[in-house]
Design a protein around this ligand. Structure first.
Ligand code: FUB
Ligand code: ZN
Length: 650
């Protein structure tokens, strides 16, 4: 028997109807633009985009076309993530044509699947005899995980089980290959992903063996003798377990997972591992996993996270650096890693509704995730630094990983379809519920249908959030229902008011873990109004973040701001904000799809009167200047130019 600790489940996507507003619009963009454009890219039909070849790889396997495999060893995962996004889109917005397209892809996947259940176009085409021989590097289990996630989502969206059955067959085959039993491989993936996917498969099928297999992969990671070391030895490959950058830490395999103290290595891998750990803890009630999850969460969010919710500071290895090492212009902060952090936070909320988890989920969503996609949905950042100078990116080798402009696609295209699946499923991040409690974590226009022990209620949120701090929630119910409505009062909010049917609720008695909890009989037509003061805040870093010493960032509500060259002229480094100067906000419907901008007075170091000498014994002249800051996520939507989040403060 498992211990039931899955007390708070996300309100499923099909119960949350987004109604315009900030996330409603992003969701619409993902459905109407991102999915169709990515379909063209996956078919190599978009001029000017990096070649994907992913669908062609499948067709080569099936013999429907000739050619060579092209792409990364995990190229199949781009199609899987696209299919997962399609499934979420179909969940909220049925579309027979899109569904037919997805069915066609599922049939193709079925035809490319080998008789024993194996599926992987790279190995099938290039190295059929080498299956599972390089788990550390070659991503077979990662790719399988994405396929499984897509199949689960498609089954949930459509009720059709063809894809699910295909992936059960694959998972059963994997189950036959891996394990501690004689004749099986005691290995685990170099890139985590299948752990969380198998738990999804277990939840949807009820088959315990998938849970056990996920547990095996998590338990086995980092055990001695180390599988990756043995695997490399067997292949005659050079692999140094304690290599600074690509040793066992890179794969989170330096220690058994429960003994890991800090979050190390490749950031996306680390986030996906943490997701699996939390899911497994939820399913098994294993306290050692819970402690591990809390410990690693703390290390990431208190020592290794950018203000934007980006994680993974180091471009070398796409990895975490040491504590407080958060350089701005060389930041890697991969879009997928911020997405991974959102997945982690969402799972932490299922363990316990703590404001901190929702705050970080929101921070990453509005900033480090959304910066990855252009406002028109057609181009993407893989890397999300907090300071960019196009000239530096072009000329300096240590910045060569930074693209100063979003790209249509990438040779390694993990981020764009990851964004597609997050934006199409964004409704699932708004609420978690149990039998008689409804927690609201994200604010945005939507209608939610919540099934409680005492009956179904409908909650309608109306708001101009994140530009305004007022959220109106109305209750529809056929008969009075007793339940608790818990509203997150975000950590950034210093002054909040809640009124029920016009009467103010006394919040002075305290919030519960950051939520205003209202337990009562709710009647049809009851209204709740949450008002959150949303002044601009000056944010400072922990003194050990050397890159930000003497610097300030601007935040309003959940939105982090930046300066852009187009508004402030070149050489943003020359600008400084006098502390305490007045900051003004204005909503600009005409700008960047509608954003609130921050303006104010600043100082600019001037080269006028300086002369030709490179150095001099007196400081340069300073002149007064105005400045305009725009939301970080919206930068680089008006052409190429500099960008800066952390501004010098005088
Ligand atoms: O290795 C698969 C994906 O590609 C990773 O998650 C990303 O960091 C990129 O390397
Ligand atoms: Zn990525």
């Amino acid at each position: 028997m498992k211990t039931e600790i899955h007390r708070f489940k996300p309100l499923p996507l099909n119960k949350v109807k987004l109604n315009g507003g900030f996330w409603g619009e992003k969701n619409r963009l993902a459905r109407e633009k991102v999915i169709p454009v990515q379909w063209r890219i996956l078919n190599d039909e978009l001029p000017g985009a990096e070649l994907s070849h992913v669908i062609k790889n499948f067709r080569i396997v099936t013999g429907e076309t000739n050619g060579q495999f092209h792409g990364m060893v995990f190229q199949d995962s781009d199609l899987a993530k696209w299919l997962e996004a399609v499934a979420y889109s179909l969940t909220t917005n049925p579309d027979p044509q899109l569904e037919a397209l997805a069915d066609e892809m599922i049939n193709l996947i079925g035809r490319a699947q080998q008789a024993d259940g194996y599926l992987n176009t790279y190995y099938t085409l290039k190295e059929p005899e080498k299956r599972w021989s390089n788990l550390r590097v070659c991503h077979e289990l990662y790719t399988a995980g994405h396929m499984i996630e897509a199949a689960v989502a498609y089954y949930q969206a459509t009720g059709k089980d063809k894809f699910l059955k295909q992936m059960c067959k694959f998972a059963d085959y994997i189950d036959g290959v891996f394990g501690r039993e004689e004749g099986k491989k005691p290995g685990y993936p170099g890139h985590e992903e299948i752990e969380l996917a198998l738990i999804k498969l277990y939840r949807v099928t009820g088959e315990e063996r998938y849970l056990k297999l996920s547990k095996f992969f998590i338990d086995q990671r980092g055990q001695e003798p180390n599988y990756f070391v043995l695997e490399a030895e067997a292949a005659g490959e050079e692999f140094s377990a304690d290599n600074k950058h690509f040793g066992l830490k890179y794969y989170q395999a330096h220690l058994p997972v429960r003994e890991q103290v800090t979050m190390e290595g490749h950031a996306v891998r680390a986030m996906y591992l943490l997701c699996g750990v939390i899911d497994l803890a939820i399913e098994t009630g294993d306290n050692t996993l819970l402690e591990t999850a809390h410990r690693l969460w703390k290390n990431v969010t208190q020592q290794k996270m950018y203000l934007t919710g980006g994680v993974g500071a180091s471009s070398y290895g796409e990895a975490f650096s040491f504590d407080y090492d958060l350089p701005n212009s060389t930041a890697y902060a991969e879009t997928c890693a911020a997405i991974g952090l959102v997945f982690v936070a969402h799972r932490m909320l299922q363990l316990m509704p703590e404001r901190e988890y929702a705050d970080i989920m929101e921070k990453a969503l509005y900033n480090g995730v959304l910066s990855g996609i252009s406002l028109d949905g057609e181009s993407f950042f893989y890397v999300n630094p907090l300071a960019v100078s196009p000239e530096v990116c072009e000329k300096r080798h240590d910045h060569s990983h930074v693209e100063p402009e979003r790209q249509k696609w990438f040779a390694c295209a993990c981020c764009p379809p990851n964004l597609a699946r997050v934006l199409t499923s964004i409704g699932e991040y708004f609420y978690t519920v149990n039998q008689n409690e409804v927690y609201i974590h994200l604010y945005g226009n939507n209608i939610a249908k919540v099934g409680l022990d005492e009956g179904e209620v409908q909650l309608t949120q109306e708001t101009a959030y994140p530009w305004e701090g007022t959220v109106r929630i109305s209750v529809s119910t056929e008969q009075p229902v007793r339940f608790t409505l818990a509203l997150r009062i975000p950590g950034w909010c210093r002054q909040a008011q809640v009124c029920i049917n016009g009467e103010e609720l006394n919040l002075s008695t305290g919030l519960e873990r950051g939520y205003a909890k209202i337990s009562r009989w709710w009647n049809n037509g009851d209204r709740v109004e949450l008002s959150m003061a949303m002044p601009v805040e000056r944010i400072y870093s922990h003194p050990l973040v050397a890159a930000n010493l003497g610097r300030v960032a601007l935040q309003r509500g959940p939105i982090i701001y930046c300066l852009e060259e187009i508004d402030n002229g070149p050489n943003l480094a020359a600008i400084s904000l006098p502390s305490g100067s007045k900051l003004t906000t204005q909503y600009r419907p005409d700008l960047l799809g509608g954003v609130t901008v921050i303006t104010g007075e600043a100082m600019r170091v001037s080269a006028d009167n300086w002369g030709n000498s490179l150095y001099a014994p007196q400081p340069p002249m300073k002149v007064k200047t105005g400045f305009t800051a725009v939301p970080y996520y919206a930068w680089n939507n008006r052409g190429r130019g500099e960008m800066l989040v952390w501004i010098r403060e005088t």
